[in-house]
Design a binder for this molecule. Structure first.
Ligand code: TRP
Length: 338
């Protein structure tokens, strides 16, 4: 039997290069290997957990996220693409799992803690938001997923998912499957900094290069990137460690020899930022060109995207129903013979 892979993206905005190297590229690689049964979804219900009054944003992006996945090369013939809210079984699973987690455990989750801080929620955090690791446990276990390709920030969420699986199985008998997260091998791909040098590429920080940016926009963004502030003259030795230009090159450059030689030259002195940025622009464009082409096709054919998602959601639902049935039986939520 094939191993099962599940992953999702919140439709709170278009996906960017950080998503690409952090998770999308890995999905495509896994798909190409032919070794896995795969599910990828637009996590609209999770997106709503901190956007209850901002529903337009979610609605506008539900299909954008699907298109981002299609554009990077996810093939709907080989991967089931669906929308989370189209599978209500996930919500029922969530309700059963809610009873297996304590409030204090949720509040201790480092990712949740950090996200609450970032949004300035403090005590007024929406309950749905605080409990999203639990609904994520439903997303993952509904499909018996063993592998979950995600960004590094999702590790504590996956740890909590595993705890829920263990508690469920201990309480009701072996039922759910324990998942593992999958990160990119390349360390710099795990968390891409923003073009401004801030720790993370993030829509709210306005420091992203989007998969859907056109060539001119990408050029402008790359040429304006933060580099080593102490690398003033071309002849000065430069720092490549905390330098987003080199971090991006490490994440994107396929010509490893060239990457190593540029890095050496920059560290020794004698290589200007402009030259490196020109090269980085070329490298990123090489990645983005085919993505843009595919996106153009799907942008022109929304009916095809809709059909893909409709079919995928039907398939995902059937699979989730099987798990839900088992879960109900184990808990004893079964009161009628027929
Ligand atoms: N939390 C993920 C994110 O913010 C999205 C997500 C929801 C997800 N459900 C999932 C990822 C299940 C992996 C598996 O990007």
């Amino acid at each position: 039997m094939k191993e099962i892979v599940v992953t999702g993206d919140r439709p709170t905005g278009k996906l960017h290069l950080g998503h690409y190297v952090g998770s999308l590229r890995k999905r495509v690689e896994m798909m190409e290997s032919g070794k896995y049964e795969m599910y990828v979804f637009s996590a609209d219900m999770q997106g709503l957990t901190d956007n209850a009054k901002n529903t337009d944003k979610i609605k506008e992006n539900v299909f954008e996220v699907i298109k981002d996945n299609l554009s990077v090369g996810i093939d709907p013939e080989r991967v089931t693409l669906f929308v989370q809210s189209g599978v209500p079984e996930l919500t029922e699973l969530t309700t059963y799992y809610l009873n297996l987690v304590t409030l204090s455990r949720l509040k201790r989750n480092p990712t949740i803690k950090e996200e609450i801080k970032l949004r300035g929620f403090e005590e007024s955090v929406p309950v749905g938001f605080l409990t999203y690791p639990i609904s994520q446990a439903a997303d993952i276990t509904a499909f018996n997923a063993t592998l979950v390709p995600v960004g590094e920030d999702q590790i504590p969420i996956l740890e909590q998912v595993c705890e829920i699986v263990d508690t469920f199985n201990k309480t009701y008998g072996e039922t759910l499957v324990r998942p593992k997260y999958v990160l990119p091998e390349n360390k710099n791909s795990r968390r891409l900094p923003g073009i401004d040098g801030k720790a993370k590429m993030s829509k709210s920080m306005n420091n992203c290069i989007y998969l859907s940016d056109d060539t001119e926009t990408v050029r402008k963004k790359v040429m304006s990137m933060y580099t080593d502030p102490n690398h003033i003259k071309v002849t000065d030795p430069g720092n490549t460690e905390n330098n987003p230009v080199f971090i991006y090159l490490d994440a994107f450059c396929k010509d490893r020899e060239k990457y190593e030689s540029l890095k050496n030259q920059y560290e020794k002195g004698g290589l200007g930022d402009k030259v490196v940025k020109e090269y980085l622009f070329e490298v990123i464009e090489e990645t983005l060109k085919p993505i843009r082409e595919k996106r153009k096709y799907y942008d022109a054919h929304p009916e095809i995207v809709e059909e893909i998602v409709k079919e995928g959601t039907k398939k995902a639902r059937t699979k989730a129903q099987e798990t839900l049935q088992k879960v109900r039986e184990k808990i004893g939520v079964e009161y009628f013979n027929n």
